[in-house]
Write a protein that binds this ligand. Structure first.
Ligand SMILES: Cc1cc2nc3c(=O)[nH]c(=O)nc-3n(C[C@H](O)[C@H](O)[C@H](O)COP(=O)(O)OP(=O)(O)OC[C@H]3O[C@@H](n4cnc5c(N)ncnc54)[C@H](O)[C@@H]3O)c2cc1C
Ligand code: SF4
Length: 526
């Protein structure tokens, strides 16, 4: 018998008074691993039972990063043990079928289930027939910090979804970082202060390692064995799968990251994968850490306002905003007057470089290597290297989204889709972003040390700069009238026809060479 089954078996209640039969049963999805909210927080454990589903089935088939799979399986198994220790009865189902198919017989047998509303559209859709037939009763999902009403009311008049308006509303409603109705420090956002390059000082903290126990070992053996074809490297010491691991990670983030979180938020470096970013996203997204608690802990810190506000804006602003956008559009299946999520008509395939074939562009190769090593990357590497380059190369945004979904440990539909389609690639047009996040080599050179190790020079021959100007030229008409694009479009207008031809030739060369899985080199550049 497996170590997990043996440990769980020893903790299960016997049949009888406290046995499974007399209990109220909940279904707990793998991304709601908390007993701080919902019925697990308020009802006596001895009266409750939970159903947990271990299934690799997904509506859109994906071959996830090994580290992502390992975190999901080890966290679910550890949660089962933790809840059994509290006296909750556990029904642990393993299968390879749609959620509804696995849950239906269990729900019938147990006389119906309750669950907090699923965060993922995929799961809500799959379980809808069971909800309709009364087998599942849906309760509010209390892991979120904000309500649908706050989102809808914020945009009732403008009809344009903008994170900063939503964030101001949530700050006012909650009173967080507010004094006498005014934002602490005189401004809602300190973003402009948070754009420093990092040159090694102060030293960036090393992320913690976590104890490797029998359950983690069992999961890693399973993945290395029958799931060995999944991509990415599996590191059992980097799996924050238990409640205690989650606390270790968050304590580290509070002490080592938060004091410098703000100033270096946009920096990138070969010397640190996370700099002062907290790495909490995977645990926020699977329920191990709750956003409300993180915000309270950060408010209690004596740190500069730029760092405090910067972090709170990410968690209470961006994260909540993204999930509302996704829910309001049913995951972009219903787009208000925007048609398909491919506003710029990008149709190129994702180059093999994203799967690890060297591209010759040091920034891209380094960030890709980091992702396959760890399943993690911070915001700016995702936005200004991976998405930026894919957008400049006119890569199909759906294909890029699916890649992010597979590659990152923290990816779930409600967060990966709006971030890649909306923010990263401008595939949703101005639905909720004011402009495409694109740049040439100058930005990467300013905010990172990547260019020091590259065969290209950011000031002389980096192809990313030509790709940027060619992008503007290709989309000049679509971007005309956008006030935030006025300056670059004025610069574009001053460029000669020859320069535009060269930029176009660079793009065609880069697209062709990368599609063939070959390296770009300064010698072959047009
Ligand atoms: C193209 C692209 C794809 C992304 N895909 C994902 C994804 O699949 N899953 C995911 O959780 N985040 C995603 N993000 C948002 C962000 O990059 C990550 O949340 C962050 O890098 C996680 O690292 P961290 O925990 O160290 O973050 P920190 O920098 O320490 O930030 C703290 C927390 O703020 C939240 N946050 C910050 N920005 C965002 C955002 N734009 N959307 C949602 N939450 C945010 C996260 O929960 C994060 O843990 C994506 C961003 C981009 C540009
Ligand atoms: S020179 Fe260009 S390709 Fe090389 S690291 Fe810098 S931005 Fe990236």
């Amino acid at each position: 018998m497996s170590a997990f089954r043996e440990a769980l078996g020893g903790l299960q209640p016997e049949r009888g008074e406290a046995g499974p039969a007399g209990r109220r049963w909940l279904y707990v999805p793998a991304d709601q691993l908390t007993d701080h909210v919902g019925p697990l927080a308020t009802e006596p454990p001895g009266e409750l039972g939970i159903v947990l589903l271990e299934t690799l089935w997904r509506p859109r088939p994906r071959v996830d990063h090994k580290q992502k799979l390992a975190l999901a399986l080890a966290s679910l198994r550890h949660f089962a043990i933790e809840q059994a220790r509290r006296g909750v009865a556990i029904r642990y189902e393993v299968g390879d079928a749609p959620y509804a198919e696995l849950l239906e017989p269990v729900a019938r047998e147990l006389g119906g289930l309750r669950m907090m509303e699923a965060a993922e559209y995929e799961m809500r859709e799959s379980l809808e027939p069971l909800v309709q037939s009364g087998l599942i009763e849906v309760l509010p999902n209390e892991t979120w910090m904000t309500s649908r009403a706050q989102f809808v009311e914020t945009f009732a008049e403008s009809g344009r979804w903008r994170m900063d308006a939503f964030y101001r509303r949530v700050r006012r409603d909650s009173g967080i970082l507010m004094e006498s109705g005014k934002p602490v420090g005189g401004r809602f956002s300190f973003d402009p202060e948070n754009r420093r390059r990092w040159s090694g000082e102060p030293p960036a903290p090393e992320p913690p390692r976590f104890p490797v126990d029998a359950i983690k070992r069992e999961v890693t053996d399973l993945i290395d064995g029958s799931l060995g074809h999944h991509p990415g490297r599996l590191d059992p010491a980097r799996l924050p799968a238990t409640r205690a691991d989650a606390e270790t990670l968050w304590s580290w983030a509070l002490e080592a990251c938060l004091p410098c979180f703000g100033p270096f938020e946009d920096a990138m470096s070969v010397d640190s994968r996370n700099l002062f970013h907290t790495r909490v996203s995977a645990l926020l997204n699977n329920g191990r850490l709750l956003a409300r608690r993180l915000v309270e802990d950060v408010l209690a810190l004596d740190i500069p306002i730029a760092s405090q506000e910067g972090f709170i804006r990410q968690v209470m602003g961006w994260r909540e905003f993204m999930r509302h956008v996704h829910a309001e559009t049913d995951g972009f299946r219903r787009l208000p007057s925007h048609g398909q999520p491919n506003a710029l008509g990008a149709r190129e395939p994702l180059p093999p470089a994203y799967w690890g074939t060297p591209s010759g562009l040091f920034c891209l190769d380094r960030v890709v290597e980091d992702v396959w090593e760890t399943g993690y990357g911070h915001h700016i590497t995702r936005l200004m290297v991976l998405s930026n380059l894919a957008t400049l190369l006119a890569v199909d945004p759906r294909e890029l989204t699916d890649w992010f979904w597979v590659a990152y440990v923290d990816a779930y539909d409600w967060v990966v889709e709006p971030n890649v389609l909306g923010m990263g690639t401008f595939a949703l047009g101005d639905l909720f972003m004011t402009k495409p996040y694109v740049s040439g080599a100058a930005y990467i050179h300013r905010m990172s040390d990547y260019c020091d190790s590259c065969r290209f020079s950011p000031k002389k021959d980096c192809p990313i700069t030509d790709l940027y100007w060619d992008f503007l030229a290709r989309h000049e008409k679509a971007l005309e009238g956008n006030p935030r694009m006025a300056m670059p479009l004025r610069s574009l207008a001053r460029q000669s026809g020859d320069r535009r031809k060269r930029d176009r030739a660079t793009r065609l060369w880069a697209q062709r060479t990368l599609a063939e899985g070959r390296r770009l080199s300064p010698e072959e550049r047009p």
